[in-house]
Design a protein around this ligand. Structure first.
Ligand code: SF4
Length: 191
């Protein structure tokens, strides 16, 4: 029913509605041993066409914010909670999130990042397994057990939320800066 190669899902038909709406499976992209792994909700229209996560306007917001902190897209890994585009960009259902959880966990285990950054409410709640008010909690880092391993997860708002709201932009940029500072201080500790 499904076929994986490393962190890549080659074929999968677990979610009938998403199989019907997708053009292709959108796997994670970027460095396989990245210190930072960003997790979004699911592919949008541009991602579904291009087969890569965060290539549309949201991706551009993320890239600019990373660049302000001296980080390039090639330095990070980015993936989604579900790998197939939900119809009309609706949120993935609980069942679809559950169906794709194993793919996400496999990728987290293979990349083994120092910090996982949840982009938006859906990935934050999916990873932390609790209700999250992203605007209030953005920048917060929690230790959470993911597939048997304790991982640090930073809550962040989705880059799309910043497009028309300057306040959200400030919150987003502050959370991204916090992620980069956290990684730098961890590197210093390990020297
Ligand atoms: S979203 Fe994930 S589990 Fe669902 S069909 Fe796509 S790859 Fe499979």
């Amino acid at each position: 029913m499904e076929n994986m190669r490393g962190s890549e899902v080659i074929s999968c038909e677990r979610c009938p509605a998403l199989v019907a709406s997708r053009s292709m499976i959108v796997n994670g992209d970027g460095k396989l041993n990245a210190e930072m792994l960003f997790v979004g909700e699911g592919p949008g229209r541009e991602e579904d066409i291009n087969g890569k996560p965060f290539v549309g306007r949201s991706g551009s917001v993320l890239d600019k914010s990373l660049q302000k902190n001296g980080i390039e897209r090639k330095d990070i890994r980015i993936t989604n909670c579900v790998r197939c585009r939900p119809p009309e960009n609706r949120n993935p259902s609980k069942e679809e999130l559950y169906n794709c959880k194993n793919h996400l966990h496999t990728e987290i285990q293979l990349v083994n990042p120092s910090l996982v950054i949840a982009l938006g409410r859906v990935p934050s709640e999916h990873l932390l397994q609790r209700k999250v008010k992203v605007t209030e909690e953005a920048g917060k880092i929690e230790l959470v057990n993911i597939a048997g391993v304790d991982r640090f997860v930073l809550i962040c708002i989705h880059p799309a939320a910043t497009l028309y709201n300057p306040n959200q932009k400030m919150i987003f940029e502050s959370a991204i800066s916090k992620a980069v500072e956290w990684i730098e201080s961890k590197r210093t500790e390990e020297k």
